[in-house]
Design a protein around this ligand. Structure first.
Ligand code: FEO
Length: 380
C-alpha cells in the first residue's frame, strides 16, 4: 500500500470554534495517514473525537503499525490525540519542532525524550518512495508550526493554512468561510504568512492537505493568490462596507441612506452590517475584503458605542491597514464618536480618511442628509 488516506472527523456539536467563532456548519479536524515502507500519521484531532479518529486510523492502517506521528501544530484542536496515540503505538516516533515538544511538556507533562525526532527547516523524513520535507511556519498560526511537503506527489500538508470553517459534509463554497477563518485567526500574522508563501513558491505543489476544510486539488493558484492578497493586507475587491450601530434607529437610517445613494451612483459593491446583530468575524472579514469602509456609530458615555469599539479593536489587533475610511457619528447633545473612532484607528498604517465626516444631531436633518450624499460622492 502506498497511499495518502484521510482519517479526520467532522464536528457538528461545536458552537464556538476557539471559544469565539460561530460555526453553524460545524468544523472538520483533518488528519492523514501516509503509507509507504514506513507509515506516517499527520496530526491528530480535537479531544471530543480522539476515539473516532483512532478507529479511523486503525482502519486506514489495515493491520500495520504506524512508524511516525508528525505533529505540525500543537493547538488542541489537532494535538488532543497525541497521548492516546503514544500509548496505543509505543514503538512509534513523534516528529515535531523543538518548540512543539516544549508545548507537549506543558500540555501533557511529557515531551517524549526517548522516542522523538526533532526537526527544523528543510529537514526531511524518508518513508520509502515518499519523502517529507519540513518547513517552519511560525505564527501560522502558533510559533511551533511547521508544514510538510511530500515530494513524490507534490502534496503540501499546510497545517492551519488554507483551512476553513465548516464540516466536510456541508456543501458550501470555500472562499467566504476560508476568508472569515483566515482573517479571524491568522489575520494578525500577515508578515509571517508572506514569509511561508515565499518559501512555498519554490515548490511544485499539486495538492494541499490542510488541517481544516477540504483537500484542495484543482486550480491551486486561486487559493495561493487569495492567501497572497489577504496576507499582504491588500483589498480583495472594490466596494464599500458600511458598519453601524444604532440605538433608536437614526444612525441606521443614515447608514441606509448612504447605502442607497452609493447604489444609486453605481458603486461596485455595497455591504451593510448592524454590528449589534451581526457575526463579528464575518464583519471583520468584510472590512478586510473591501477597499473602503464606513464606520457609523452613536456617542455613548462620551465615547464610542460598545459594539463599534469592540469592532474597531478587532480590526486594529489584526493589523487593519491600507483602506479608505469614512466616519459618521451621532450625538443628541455632544457628538464625539468620530473623533474617538479616529483615535482608535490611529496606529493603523496607510489609512486615508474621507474629508466628509457626517455628524447627526439626534436624527437626520437637512444638513446631515446633505453630508450623507456628499460622503457617497466622495467614496466613489
Ligand atoms: Fe486549527 Fe491553530 O489550530
Amino acid at each position: 500500500m502506498n497511499d495518502v488516506l484521510y482519517i479526520g472527523v467532522n464536528d457538528h456539536h461545536l458552537d464556538l470554534f476557539e471559544g469565539q467563532y460561530a460555526v453553524p456548519k460545524g468544523m472538520s479536524y483533518n488528519s492523514y495517514v501516509i503509507s509507504d515502507e514506513k507509515i506516517a500519521v499527520m496530526d491528530t484531532v480535537d479531544a471530543h473525537f480522539t476515539s473516532v479518529w483512532l478507529s479511523n486510523l486503525k482502519k486506514a492502517l489495515g493491520g500495520r503499525k504506524p512508524d511516525y506521528l508528525v505533529v505540525q501544530h500543537m493547538e488542541p484542536d489537532h494535538s488532543a490525540g497525541i497521548m492516546l496515540f503514544a500509548k496505543e503505538y509505543p514503538e512509534a516516533t513523534l516528529v515535531a519542532t523543538a518548540q512543539a515538544f516544549g508545548m507537549m511538556k506543558k500540555y501533557f507533562g511529557e515531551d517524549f525524550a526517548s522516542r522523538r525526532l526533532v526537526v527544523k527547516e528543510k529537514d526531511s523524513l524518508t518513508l520509502g518512495s515518499r519523502k517529507l520535507v519540513f518547513y517552519s511556519a511560525p505564527m501560522v498560526h502558533w510559533p511551533e508550526v511547521m508544514m510538510s511537503y511530500e515530494e513524490s506527489e507534490g502534496i503540501l500538508f499546510s497545517a492551519d493554512a488554507f483551512g476553513k470553517f465548516g464540516a466536510l459534509d456541508e456543501n458550501e463554497p470555500w472562499i467566504d468561510e476560508a476568508r472569515r477563518y483566515y482573517i479571524g485567526i491568522v489575520g494578525k500574522y500577515g508578515v509571517q504568512v508572506q514569509s511561508i508563501l515565499k518559501k512555498l513558491s519554490a515548490l511544485e505543489i499539486r495538492e494541499i492537505c490542510p488541517l481544516h476544510g477540504p483537500v484542495l486539488k484543482e486550480d491551486l493558484s486561486y487559493y495561493l493568490n487569495l492567501y497572497q492578497i489577504w496576507s499582504s493586507y491588500s483589498p480583495e475587491e472594490k466596494g464599500v462596507a458600511i458598519f453601524y450601530t444604532s440605538v433608536y434607529g437614526h444612525t441606521e437610517e443614515a447608514s441606509l441612506a448612504l447605502e442607497a445613494e452609493l447604489k444609486r451612483l453605481g458603486c461596485e459593491s455595497v455591504t451593510l452590517y448592524d454590528l449589534a446583530r451581526s457575526d463579528l468575524a464575518k464583519a471583520v472579514a468584510d472590512a478586510f475584503r473591501y477597499d473602503r469602509i464606513v464606520l457609523a456609530t452613536t456617542t455613548y458615555n462620551g465615547d464610542v458605542f460598545p459594539f463599534m469599539s469592540h469592532f474597531i479593536h478587532a480590526l486594529t489587533e489584526r493589523g487593519f491597514q491600507g483602506r479608505t475610511v469614512a466616519l459618521m457619528e451621532n450625538g443628541s447633545w455632544a457628538p464625539v464618536a468620530a473623533k474617538r473612532m479616529r483615535a482608535l484607528l490611529e496606529g493603523c498604517k496607510n489609512l486615508s480618511f474621507t474629508e466628509t465626516v457626517v455628524t447627526i444631531h439626534a436624527s437626520l436633518d437637512e444638513n446631515s442628509q446633505k453630508a450623507v450624499l456628499q460622503l457617497a460622492k466622495e467614496l466613489l
